[in-house]
Write a protein of this length. Structure first.
Length: 117
């Protein structure tokens, strides 16, 4: 099992910054990929950013150049640094982990990010 707990969401003005954290615990050594997804009201959950166990990163087109994903191996914390935030970034942000050997996906409870114009 893998447990994920997000924090760091909040209300920020357009152009501002936030850093989300996802504390992970359990069988972290089995995790192959971790990432962030978001879901705005009335919309489907979408991919924001991801990082593999080989430290390869990937980003959704709408956040490239503004968001940065990273993982602290010593603390088992996944981060999402969000710069130059826009109102369209408003959503609930979810931390995600995937274990290929188990074909299992794990999700955190989500943290709300609201960007005012």
């Amino acid at each position: 099992q893998v447990q994920l707990v997000e924090s760091g969401g909040g209300l920020v003005q357009a152009g501002g910054t936030l850093r989300l954290s996802c504390a992970s615990s359990g069988n972290i050594a089995m995790v192959n990929d971790m990432g962030w997804y978001r879901q705005a009201p009335g919309k489907q959950r979408e991919f924001v950013a991801g990082v593999t166990s080989e430290s390869t990163t990937d980003y959704g087109d709408s956040v490239k150049g503004r968001f940065t994903i990273s993982f602290d191996n010593a603390k088992n914390i996944l981060y999402l640094q969000m710069d130059n935030l826009k109102p369209e970034d408003t959503a609930v942000y979810y931390c995600h982990a995937h274990v290929r050997e188990w074909a299992r996906d794990y999700w955190g409870q989500g943290t709300q990010v609201t960007v005012s114009s």
